[in-house]
Write a protein that binds this ligand. Structure first.
Ligand code: ZN
Ligand code: ZN
Length: 175
């Protein structure tokens, strides 16, 4: 396969990163919100309260398979709308995605990547493992902000933005 142009590399890489990540967000969130799925499938990954890198792979086989749907869907979308997928952006995406998963399960502070805006850091995912709700995003933390599932410490308790909004509505109704 011939080398891609810079433009082709950038947009195919960006498409894989963004579409796969928004799919992962909803897939992961549903694995928590559906009690049956959580108990039977996703709970295995959450046996790790302080994850080590390899625990990124410590998931139920069905969760692993379900997680690849985002990649297949992105490939299909690019293939059907824009033509063939170049292997360079695809393998770069696969490398970045896997390294990022290893990082956020490493238990190490995100020293460099904390400066990349909206990058999902180790601290972001550690909080998810500690609280078992909220902070569902992986690569880009802005999905949690957008869909109000980012965790905030309020009065010593961890709450999602949606819960804070609900508390505020209740306080206003009671006033
Ligand atoms: Zn989870
Ligand atoms: Zn995890």
């Amino acid at each position: 396969m011939e080398a891609p142009t810079v433009w082709l590399f950038v947009w195919q890489f960006a498409a894989f990163m963004l579409i796969d990540d928004v799919y992962f967000y909803f897939f992961h969130r549903y694995n928590h919100e559906n009690k049956w799925l959580y108990k039977k499938i996703h709970r295995i990954h959450h046996k790790a309260f302080n994850p080590i890198p390899l625990e990124y792979l410590y998931v139920h086989p069905l969760e692993w398979m379900g997680g690849t749907v985002g990649i297949a869907a992105t490939a299909a979308l690019i293939g059907f709308t824009m033509g063939e997928i170049n292997c360079w952006p695809f393998w770069t995406f696969a490398l970045v995605r896997n390294l990022h998963e290893l990082e956020i399960h490493s238990g190490l502070k995100s020293i460099f990547s904390q400066y990349i805006p909206y990058n999902g850091t180790t601290e972001h995912h550690d909080l998810h493992h500690a609280k078992l709700r909220g902070n569902y995003a992986s690569t880009f933390s802005f999905w949690d902000k957008l869909f109000k599932t980012d965790l905030h410490m309020v009065d010593g308790k961890c709450r999602t933005k949606a819960q804070l909004d609900e508390m505020e509505t209740q306080e206003k109704a009671a006033a």
